[in-house]
Design a binder for this molecule. Structure first.
Ligand code: ADP
Length: 407
């Protein structure tokens, strides 16, 4: 039963008291489940407990292990670290208490252990080696790590919720402002229209302002409606074969008055775009958002070009402007809900930060992609790729429904 015996050339001598102590120790080690070891000054094993063998060298005997080192049992990395610790204890006499470390093994899973190591002294107090006890704390460490991960996740979620809450307040403020501005203008111009002194020429101008502001309101309400539907995951697109060129042309014409007001040259270059399965209303909404952004962010006298073409098995839509451009740091974020650049808010350019989120939602629902190229200060080009043919499930028939997903 006794598996741990002193090394024949060990430092124990033949004193009867020593011999008794050794017997006690031997009994203790051969039954203990604790992982106990004794090593000489060169970190060679003198004695190991049964628990140590069961943990690290199952199937081997204590006799076999005498004279071996950690390098015969553990990975090189672990054995080197342990050797250095032991040499330091031998040099200083200072113990190493409750050190939690990762034990790396060559042939089985790594484990976390808590080790206490001390100097082994002879009856004269001379350091003749080290001894130590280690306990497997893998389960505890993993539980602690899981708890830490959970706490970090919770705090991230918390942070995100706080951010969302702030964004919601900001959004309500923005939307109220975006609703009030055109409404105030409409009310003012209706009053002017009803004034008997208003000439016919002026009346036409006032009606145009009212129409422009009503359009702006309508676009905002449509955006909000779209977004609320997307949020609950119920928005679908109805894919029907349609002419992208025609849709783009009418989107351009819709924005022309606004562009002319800013003396922006708005050009449309159609290439031969085949019919493709799209939701025409949604694609018109997407183009409306891109072109209205281009108009908003391009100063008076600039240029905007809308192009339609194909690239392999995709149709490509491009809206290029010579406007403010987008800072590199913002390019990743412009498709995020409510995101508006500092420049947009500082210059009080109207908007809610929803247009591009919606654009991306629409593109995703069509299994397409949207990208932006921009040279800050010199303009931006938004590109949309739409599959010319939808995958069978989504577009084999003239009418198919694809779920819009949140961006
Ligand atoms: P909004 O236009 O209401 O601010 P969007 O989601 O449409 O919201 O756009 C988000 C942001 O992306 C804008 O605030 C602006 O900073 C930037 N952006 C979008 N289009 C352009 C563009 N053509 N030129 C420069 N910046 C743009």
């Amino acid at each position: 039963m006794v598996t741990a015996r002193p090394h024949p050339e060990g430092p124990w001598g033949s004193d009867p008291q020593r011999s008794l102590e050794l017997t006690c120790m031997s009994n203790l080690l051969s039954t203990s489940e604790e992982r106990v070891y004794f090593k000489d000054r060169l970190s060679r094993f003198l004695l190991v407990s049964e628990g140590w063998i069961a943990a690290y060298a199952p199937g081997r005997t204590a006799e076999e292990l005498i004279g071996k080192t950690d390098f015969d049992i553990f990975s090189e990395r672990h054995a080197t670290a342990a050797f250095e610790d032991e040499q330091q204890i031998i040099r200083t006499g200072d113990p190493l208490v409750g050190k939690v470390e990762l034990e790396t093994h060559s042939h089985r899973a790594d484990a976390w252990v808590s080790s206490t190591k001390m100097a082994l002294r002879d009856s004269d107090g001379e350091i003749i080696g080290t001894f130590g006890i280690s306990r497997d704390v893998t389960a505890q460490i993993l539980a602690e790590q899981a708890l830490l991960d959970q706490t970090q996740q919770l705090s991230l979620q918390n942070e995100r919720l706080r951010e969302l809450d702030g964004m919601k307040d900001e959004f309500i403020g923005l939307v109220s402002h975006e609703l009030r501005t055109p409404l105030t203008s409409i009310i003012g111009y209706v009053k002017l229209l009803r004034d008997k002194r208003t000439s016919e020429v002026n009346a036409d101008q006032y009606a145009e302002v009212i129409q422009r502001n009503s359009q702006r309101l309508l676009r905002l309400v449509e955006d909000l409606l779209f977004l609320s539907q997307t949020h609950s995951g119920t928005v679908s697109v109805e894919l029907r074969s349609a002419d992208l060129g025609e849709i783009a042309e009418s989107a351009v014409e819709e924005m022309r008055p606004e562009a002319e007001r800013k003396h922006i040259a708005l050009a449309f270059s159609p290439a031969s775009a085949p019919r493709l399965p799209i939701d025409a209303t949604r694609i018109a909404q997407l183009l409306g958002n891109l072109i209205s952004n281009a108009v908003k962010f391009t100063p008076n006298g600039g240029k905007i070009e809308v192009r339609v073409g194909t690239d392999g098995d995709k149709a490509v839509l491009e809206v290029a402007d010579t406007g403010a451009g987008i800072a590199a740091a913002d390019r990743e974020r412009i498709f995020d809900r409510f995101f508006r650049s500092k420049m947009a808010t500082q210059q009080m350019i109207p908007g809610t930060g929803l247009g591009l989120t919606i654009a991306k939602n629409i593109v995703t629902a069509h299994h397409g992609a949207i990208t932006v190229d921009s040279d800050e200060g010199h303009g931006s080009t938004f590109r949309v790729w739409l599959p010319l043919e939808q995958a069978p499930a989504a577009g084999a028939h003239d009418l198919a429904v694809g779920q819009a997903r949140r961006a």
